[in-house]
Design a protein around this ligand. Structure first.
Ligand SMILES: [Zn+2]
Length: 71
């Protein structure tokens, strides 16, 4: 397994999905959910997909791990 981040294009996602990811966040710094984020960057790391952005309330980095279902 590599530690290299593989960039993905967040903006390839449907607009409603983008909106959902930007709104449904957990900020470790604020210790609050759903404060929202901007500057989203999507990447793959060790076979998992993450979206990283900036907390709208405090500006800290917020990371969301995506759970993708393959059926
Ligand atoms: Zn915050």
């Amino acid at each position: 397994m590599s530690d290299t981040r593989i960039p993905r294009d967040f903006y390839q996602r449907p607009a409603d999905e983008q909106q959902e990811f930007l709104e449904n966040t957990w900020c470790n710094h604020c210790q609050q959910v759903d404060l929202g984020m901007d500057n989203p960057e999507e990447y793959e790391l060790k076979g998992r997909v993450y979206i990283e952005g900036r907390c709208l309330a405090c500006g800290a980095t917020v990371t969301t791990e995506l759970v993708e279902e393959d059926d």
